[in-house]
Design a protein around this ligand. Structure first.
Ligand code: NAD
Length: 256
């Protein structure tokens, strides 16, 4: 279904980004990988699906790195057809003690990076008459939780950016939508489970149960595989007129 298309997924060496990259690769898309950590492990998982992979180690907090990433993707594959803005970090603290440099990093990586990739990807998508932009926001793009000021601000901003881009491309073959996961058990969330277990002196299992119980009626994590399949739907012809939505996959979090 996506043979001949190129998908750039930021922050795709781990977690949700890797899940989305694998789902798009399984449909035949060339993959541009980005992120830190176990790069070779991620590359091997995608190459096993039989598609070409380009890795670029851009730090998504740096506009200059992002320009280089977009240039490298175009040089290797011609252009980016599917742009998935997924790279993100978290920091949890009350606002009075929230370190300003953490605020700046979260806004840069979770929000501003998407502005840069989108502005750089759109001209080639317009020329081709087709494109898919998928922003991995969060339920925190739609509702808040305590101690996540920067994250909630960035994700609300990303949902707003999604709507503007959807409007500016509304008469074209390019769509822009956001995915809003609830809890997904990735390293980003495991840190929050560990912190809860340590703070309350409880087991990892009990901390996980309480974390889910506070927000997620299903008491189940959404998986990177499930989110990957939602991204595949957004790339399908059936989603040609799905524009500017913020689609939550959250075990009922927002239904409450
Ligand atoms: P993760 O920590 O498993 O993966 C994050 C990815 O981003 C990694 O590949 C990491 O190397 C990369 N990354 C981090 N900083 C980067 C930088 N400066 N430049 C380039 N890459 C960078 O986390 P995840 O849970 O898979 O999160 C992915 C996205 O999903 C994030 O935007 C996050 O906010 C969002 N999200 C996660 C959850 C959840 O429950 N895990 C829920 C809703 C939304």
């Amino acid at each position: 279904m996506l043979q001949g298309k190129t998908a750039l997924v930021t922050g795709s060496t781990s977690g949700i980004g890797l899940g989305i990259a694998k789902a798009l690769a399984a449909r035949g898309a060339n993959i541009v990988l980005n992120g830190f950590g176990d790069v070779e492990g991620a590359r091997a998982q995608i190459e096993a699906l039989g598609v070409p992979v380009l890795y670029h180690g851009a730090d998504m907090s740096r506009p200059h790195d992002i320009e280089d990433l977009m240039r490298a993707a175009a040089a290797r594959f011609g252009r980016v057809d599917i742009l998935v803005n997924n790279a993100g970090i978290q920091h949890v603290a009350p606002i009075e003690t929230f370190a300003p440099e953490r605020w700046d990093a979260i806004i840069a990586i979770n929000l501003s990076s998407a502005f840069h990739t989108i502005r750089l990807a759109l001209p080639a998508m317009r020329a081709a008459g087709w494109g898919r932009i998928i922003n991995v926001a969060s339920v925190h793009g739609l509702v808040a939780s305590v101690h996540k000021s920067a994250y909630v601000a960035a994700k609300h901003g990303l949902v707003g950016l999604t709507k503007v881009v959807a409007l500016e491309t509304a008469t074209t073959g390019i769509t822009c939508n956001a995915i809003c996961p609830g809890w997904v058990l990735t390293p980003l969330v495991q840190q929050q489970v560990d912190a809860k277990a340590a703070a309350l002196g409880i087991s990892n299992e009990e901390a996980t149960r309480r974390l889910l119980g506070e927000k997620e009626p299903s008491m189940q994590f959404t998986t990177p595989q499930e989110l990957g399949e939602l991204a595949v739907f957004f790339c399908s012809p059936a989603a040609n007129n799905v524009r500017g939505v913020a689609w939550n996959m959250d075990g009922g979090w927002l239904a409450q």
